[in-house]
Design a protein around this ligand. Structure first.
Ligand code: NAG
Ligand code: NAG
Ligand code: NAG
Length: 915
């Protein structure tokens, strides 16, 4: 009774000690899957119970369900294997399907160091008697090749590696030489200071080859009396130390001193005392040699590097006249000279050698020294970790998607890497030395059932997402609309309900997103849906839609201005010159507040996204952030655009401020609530019919724009040519005041010659001056030509390039000229303004437009003359319009569509006249 109780006490104390030790050592580490020693021990193919405890080691083994969902299991009969193997070898999991199959161990600590061990025993389980050869990968990096040479032998592969993410994957890759299989998998948490040669860029793979009289290939040896393996609990990390091979001239050092061998304070290998106390030496004092040699079972190559760790401690009491002193050589390199092992304290010597062939370790005693001794040895292969894995956020999201929807594809291991094993159904972007990112995901007809998982929203660089032809239910989530790069989303043929989130709808309507939602019977896709039922809201959405593409254009100018400003400021020594950049400097943090954390994307330009926002005082602004991936304009362009910094006019878009905060570059400019002119004239599918512009409004816009261009041509020194005048680059305020934007192609030209030869005519098809195109001679008359086309677009409501029939396209100027020569203006007039214009006013502008679009620049008017002509036309129209407005009221039925604008329009008539 008494003794049993006492035994119980001792055990309890030991367990408590183990617990407190481990909780101390792993204090900052969260390991949901690790046990309290920092271990995961998996018995692959074991199914009898969730776990069991090995009586010899006290280690608890868990079944492999939950670590992999691939493969089949099979028993291995112990009589077919070497004797005395652990129960783990009695069953295996094998992978007859797929090239790469993986185990995933989760809840690890990114950047933490682990010993990972995989064990294999073939035992002819499949009765094919075909010894398999396959590859092992740790995550995306090659680990080793498993070569089963003997059916009954146990094989162990081990590596010490830093985990790049919060999960680790061990993958078996079929090389076409037999079916990969595995008997067990271990993970052991190591203190971060251990094995400093295992880093984020290289791991240490324990060299595997069989010496005579050893049980396992792993080259981690003790040199004691005992033939047993030393492992947990003697080694707290459960490293397996096997007895080095028998050497006839060697003997064992009598351990005359009791007690433990301790580690030095700066030790980084934490050798267990059980290993250090068992020491080999020679019978007679001479050189002690250890060696290793390549054999066919290893997959090593000429460039491989070996990292050798040697452990020493003096465990004998030496007499007064005795000493033990020797040199330690690794091939021809001296690791230590006149080395004396410290009494009962571990000394570790390490070295690296390169190359195939044989290598040796020699312990050479000094004259009169006692024979050299050694306590432990490990030999590792140094493996570079040079493959970049998929971004861990993307990979985690994909694994969640796979699990949640029980995806039946052979998705295993890292989604993007190595390229040869990338998952089917996704596209990745590969950048050297950066994580791969998932850019497209094709999951059409994949049997997906349930709601769209938030994990899709975590694939933050996704451009293309196809979830069509599944059984997805629930609402379309908002987070899809927050994926900044998404340009294609197919949700058709599912069972989604509710309405389409505004952010998706907006992005679809401004043309940055192709959205397919058809064949979802419960999805509300028309304008009666809740979020857009309210006409006010709808108007806001519409304005945002129209606004967006424009904003991008403005930015280019603004970026240029900003850069110029910086240069100018430097040169002027900070003098406050009259430039537009006396404007405010924003911090990135402020921009986040202003834009409500970049919530509403209103446009996309070459430089990145444009977001809507509000300054502290409520002023609406458009905020353009330069994306990390965009490249800036070339220096030549920057130099020419320098002059723009001086351009200020109420009909040119204004920059309010900028942000240059670390790597963030952003610009804040006035919010052009009316969007761009092109969108107003396009009248998409008739659904924006109530926002049609009247002829009066069009004229006013034309005049504003003419003022903007006239200013560029006449008031800037040197004069500026815009070069890309078109309806898309004319932005409108919510009061329909027009401003010229996008000076991206603008050039300054010499005031002496008033012409400029450029290398390559630039501009937009349909608006491009033919004379400039043919001769490359640029003058302000090129802008006049383009502006003439803008006038024609305003008159006709047609695009600058007209499709005549299937094969023939012509430019608008040519088309209108032909029709007008027949004297019929009604024939070319935009049907949306029919019956609501003064015919003289319209003719004045049409004639002006034809003069502007003359072939020869000298025959075209100047912008000042154009502005003058438009002013006259506007006067005619305004007078006639106020006369007509009486009759408009009586003709209510025809005008229901334009009601909401009617009010706006009449308010503006007053402001129109005095100019
Ligand atoms: C050790 O030295 C002794 C005496 O010199 C010699 O008799 C013996 O054979 C040596 N043993 C070995 C193993 O070399
Ligand atoms: C990584 O290194 C190995 C061995 O040096 C080499 O074979 C492999 O091509 C490298 N991979 C990459 C992606 O650089
Ligand atoms: C994805 O990759 C395939 C094959 O290279 C290509 O055809 C397809 O266009 C890619 N998809 C996207 C959205 O880039």
């Amino acid at each position: 009774m008494l003794s049993r109780d006492r035994l119980g006490c001792v055990w309890t104390a030991k367990i408590v000690l183990l617990f407190s030790l481990s909780s101390l050592s792993f204090i900052a580490v969260n390991h949901a899957q690790l046990d309290n020693h920092g271990f995961i021990s998996i018995d692959c193919g074991y199914t009898e119970s969730p776990k069991y405890t090995d009586d010899k080691t006290g280690i608890t083994y868990v079944a492999d369900l939950g670590f992999t969902d691939a493969g089949l299991i099979h028993p291995v009969y112990p009589e077919n294997m070497q004797p005395d193997l652990a129960a783990r070898y009695n069953n295996i999991r094998y992978f007859p399907n797929g090239t790469r199959n993986c185990y995933t161990i989760r809840s690890l600590t990114p950047g933490a160091k682990y010993l990972v061990r995989a064990i294999f025993g073939y035992g002819n389980y499949d009765t094919l008697n075909k010894l398999p050869i396959f590859d092992l990968y740790l995550g995306v990096n090659y680990w080793t090749t498993v070569r089963i040479v003997n059916s009954s032998t146990a094989y162990i592969s081990e590596t010490i590696s830093v985990s790049p993410a919060n999960y680790m994957q061990v993958c078996l890759v079929n090389k076409g030489s037999g079916t990969p299989f595995i008997a067990g998998l271990d993970l052991r948490f190591l203190q971060p200071n251990l094995y400093p040669n295992s880093t984020e860029t290289q791991s240490l793979v324990l060299l595997s080859f069989f010496r005579t009289t050893v049980s396992f290939g792993s080259n981690r040896y003790h040199f004691g009396t005992d033939l047993r393996h030393i492992r947990f609990p003697d080694d707290r990390y459960d490293r397996i130390w096997q007895r080095y091979e028998e050497v006839p001239t060697w003997t064992i050092v009598p351990d005359a001193i009791s007690g433990n061998v301790t580690n030095a304070p700066n030790d980084t290998y934490d050798a267990p005392s059980a290993v250090m106390r068992s020491v080999s030496t020679l019978v007679n004092s001479s050189t002690m040699d250890l060696y290793w040699n390549l054999d066919g079972s290893m997959s090593v190559d000429f460039n491989d590097k070996y990292f050798v760790v040697l452990y020493f401690a003096e465990v004998e009491t030496l007499q007064q006249n005795e000493f033990r002193q020797f040199d330690v050589l690794l091939d021809n390199t001296t690791l230590a000279n006149g080395f004396r092992p410290e009494q009962m304290t571990t000394t570790v010597l390490t070295g690296t050698v390169q190359g195939s062939g044989s290598h040796s370790i020699s312990l050479v005693p000094d004259l009169n020294s006692k024979p050299p001794l050694i306590s432990g040895m490990e030999i590792f292969l140094v493996r570079p970790l040079n493959e970049s894995a998929t971004d861990s956020g993307d990979a985690t999201a994909m694994m969640t998607i796979q699990t949640k929807f029980s995806v039946k594809r052979n998705w295993a291991g890292d989604p993007c890497s190595p390229i040869a094993f990338a998952w089917v159904g996704l596209n990745c972007s590969y950048t050297p030395s950066a994580p791969s990112r998932i850019t497209a995901l094709y999951m059409s007809s994949s049997g997906l059932i349930g709601e769209i998982d938030p994990s899709f929203g975590q694939l933050t660089l996704l451009q293309h997402l196809d979830l069509s032809h599944n059984n997805l239910t629930g609402p379309i989530p908002d987070f899809l609309g927050q994926l900044p790069s998404l340009s294609f989303l197919d949700l058709s043929s599912n069972n989604l309900r509710g309405s389409i989130p505004n952010n998706l709808l907006q992005r679809s309507q401004i043309g940055v997103l192709t959205l397919r939602v058809d064949n979802n019977p419960n999805l509300c896709t028309n304008h009666n849906c809740d979020p857009i039922r309210n006409p006010r809201k709808r108007k806001a959405i519409l304005i945002a839609e129209i606004m967006a593409p424009v904003a991008g254009a403005i930015i280019i100018v603004a970026v240029v201005l900003l850069i110029i400003w910086h240069k100018t400021k430097k040169r002027q020594g900070g003098a406050r010159a009259s430039n537009p950049f006396e404007s405010r400097r924003f911090k990135y943090k402020e921009l986040r507040v202003i834009t409500d954390d970049f919530k509403n994307i209103i446009g996309k330009g070459g430089f990145g996204f444009v977001y809507s926002g509000k300054l502290e005082d409520g002023t609406p602004v458009a905020v353009k952030m330069r994306s990390q991936t965009s490249s800036q304009g070339n220096t030549e362009f920057l130099a020419e655009a320098r002059h723009l910094a001086k351009a200020h006019h109420k009909n040119l878009v204004t920059l309010i401020g900028y942000c240059k905060d670390r790597k963030h570059l952003g610009l804040v400019y006035e919010y052009m609530g009316g969007g761009n002119l092109e969108n107003w004239l396009k009248g998409k599918e008739g659904c924006h019919a109530e926002f049609n512009l009247t002829w009066l409004q069009r004229l006013k816009i034309a005049l504003d724009s003419a003022y903007g261009l006239e200013y560029l041509h006449k008031s800037c020194s040197p004069p500026l040519i815009h070069r890309d005048v078109k309806t898309q680059n004319i932005l409108l305020t919510s009061n329909l005041e027009a401003k010229i934007a996008d000076f991206g192609l603008t050039r300054a030209f010499s005031s002496e010659t008033k012409t400029h030869t450029t290398t390559r005519p630039a501009g937009t098809l349909g608006y491009l001056d033919p004379e400039y195109y043919n001769t490359s001679h640029l003058s302000e008359k090129s802008d006049v030509f383009s502006f003439g086309v803008v006038l024609l677009v305003l008159i006709t409501g047609r695009p600058a390039i007209i499709t005549v029939n299937n094969t023939e396209r012509t430019n608008l100027a040519h088309w209108v000229r032909g029709r007008l020569s027949e004297g019929d203006i009604e024939n070319v007039t935009d049907p949306r303004i029919k019956g609501n214009f003064d015919v003289n006013s319209l003719w004045t502008v049409a004639e002006l437009a034809l003069r502007c679009t003359e072939q020869a620049g000298k025959d075209r008017p100047t912008m000042s003359e154009v502005a003058e002509g438009l002013r006259e036309s506007l006067q005619l129209e305004t007078l006639s319009h106020s006369k007509r407005s009486g009759s408009i009221g009586t003709n209510g039925s025809a005008l229901t569509e334009t009601e909401s604008v009617g009010a706006l329009e009449s308010e503006q008539i007053e402001e129109t006249l005095p100019r």
